[in-house]
Design a protein around this ligand. Structure first.
Ligand code: PLP
Length: 483
């Protein structure tokens, strides 16, 4: 420790004393603890139209400050009340993000210290935590030694980072060659991967979204044919984007055969495991994702199934130097931070220079609970969609549209005698809206082979089998008048 400074130093009004900081911190802790411990008693979703929130929230920037108690009360009433409760046990729409409390504290530590996790010398400790959690992910996926990458804002950023790196590996500094690049994926692929190709300059007509097979997977034959045809036409296949858990149905593309094909054809195999990746911690997930370890790159989203808050995605690369080749740049004002090779400057691996130490929240949640508890939570949540499927199959007025796969179930209400597709869609839209208006569950819809489907993804750790039973009963009651 340096010697304590002597003399008097003027203190900025922005520089709060320790007691005040503690008092304010405890006030926020109280609000969050109260919120999280009463989720079950709250409605899962409250929302207002734009005009109404404008009226509630509009205010000029105040010239004078306000005390924390007043602000928290105001935020609670005017702001926090008008949002989905993401970590609520009834939040089974889209892909829920259900963070643990220690993970939320990880964000507080990262921002309280405000580490700059872009280059090594100014945050060697926090950067090593990122290197460590990336190595945990590598081991969980079964990727070879040396595979690594970086944490990102989310899965979209990870998909984009992979696409840019693959493009650089393929065409280097010759932009004229981009026009011939093609990308392959199933029609179930997440929009962020498609957008990544667009941003990377791949012609929209060269993003081949192949019709998925009966199990919503990328068809091997169709893929091989498309690649051969493109090569015959002088085009250059760049990347296969495989899914390890589609957002729609949880489908996992045939990862092993895709790795074989990609190796034969020298095409970058990217696996978008933003949704399903962390299921590898469970035995069933590990089996479902066999082959993922052979990918050139893998997108993960800790803010989905690793119970950390937004924003936390991850790109893992078999050869991280390929990321570096695409992104590394050292202007004069950053020369002091240039890495000697051993020390990791995470800014070299993606587009972000200033990055906060989001690895801390991952480290905190994994270290606080341990992998056994996380594994059990993931295995349990995997079982919920399967249980819901069983319940749906027991209901004469319902039908499964895509069986429970990797934690997602798609089904619809289909009363006997109602067979007109438009009428069925309209009925299911009404059921979707009625469930969500009820406040106990928040679900979302999608389309399965053209038909409007209700979709649930019960992967939050507060959701239970009992919730599934209440939910299916609720849908059955909504279907009853039409049966
Ligand atoms: C399969 C898949 N890929 C990518 C994404 C995009 O990730 P993010 O929303 O974290 O950017 C999602 C989001 O739900 C997803 O489900």
């Amino acid at each position: 420790m340096p010697d304590a400074p002597t003399g008097t130093f003027p203190r900025s009004p922005l520089d709060l004393d320790a007691d005040t900081m503690r008092r304010l911190g405890y006030m926020v802790t109280d609000v969050v603890a109260q919120h999280l411990s009463t989720l079950r008693q709250q409605r899962v979703l409250d929302t207002l139209p734009r005009r109404a929130t404008e009226r509630l929230i509009a205010a000029p920037p105040p010239a004078r400050g306000t005390d924390m108690g007043t602000m928290l009360a105001w935020l609670g009433e005017h702001v926090f009340a008008h949002a989905a409760r993401e970590p609520h046990p009834g939040f089974i729409a889209y892909v829920p993000s259900c963070p643990t409390f220690p993970a939320a504290l990880g964000d507080w530590l990262a921002t309280g210290y405000n580490f700059f996790a872009g280059v090594w010398p100014v945050a060697s400790g926090p950067n090593q935590i990122e290197a460590l959690v990336l190595d945990w992910f590598r081991q969980w996926l079964g990727m070879p030694n040396g595979s690594s990458g970086l944490l990102t804002t989310g899965g979209s950023a990870a998909n984009l980072t992979a696409m840019i790196a693959a493009r650089h590996a393929a065409v280097g500094d010759d932009p004229s060659r981009i026009a011939r690049l093609t990308v392959y994926a199933s029609d179930q692929t997440h929009s962020s991967a498609i957008r990544a190709a667009w941003i990377a300059g791949i012609a929209r007509s060269h993003v081949r979204l192949l019709p998925s097979d009966d199990a919503f997977r990328l068809p091997m034959d169709g893929l091989a044919r498309a690649i051969a045809q493109d090569r015959a036409n002088g085009l250059v296949p760049l990347m296969i984007v495989a899914n390890a858990g589609t957002t729609n149905t949880g489908a996992v593309d045939p990862l092993g055969p895709l790795a074989d094909l990609a190796a034969r054809e020298t095409i970058w195999l990217h696996v978008d495991a933003a949704y399903g990746g962390f299921s590898v911690l469970s035995a069933d997930g590990r089996r479902a994702l066999a082959g993922i370890e052979r990918a050139d790159s893998v997108t993960l989203d800790p803010h989905k199934w690793l119970y950390v808050p937004f924003e936390c995605g991850c790109l893992m690369a078999r050869e991280p130097k390929r990321l570096k080749a695409a992104f590394q740049i050292y202007p004069d004002y950053l020369k002091d931070a240039e890495s000697d090779g051993d020390e990791v400057n995470f800014a070299d691996y993606g587009e972000q220079l200033t990055r906060y130490a989001r690895a801390l929240k991952v480290w905190l949640t994994v270290t606080y609970f341990g992998t056994d508890v996380l594994r059990e939570a993931i295995a349990y949540s995997l079982s919920l969609a399967a249980y819901a499927e069983q319940l749906v199959r027991g209901q004469p007025s319902m039908e499964v549209l895509a069986p429970a796969t990797l934690g997602i179930l798609c089904f619809r209400v289909h009363p006997r005698g109602v067979d007109d597709p438009a009428a069925l869609d309209a009925l299911n839209e009404r059921v979707n809206a009625a469930v969500n208006a009820g406040g106990r569950f928040f679900i979302s819809s999608t389309r399965i082979r053209g038909a409007l489907s209700l979709r649930i993804c019960p992967i939050g750790f507060r959701t239970t089998r009992e919730d599934m039973a209440v939910f299916v009963d609720q849908v059955a009651a909504l279907a009853a008048p039409h049966a």
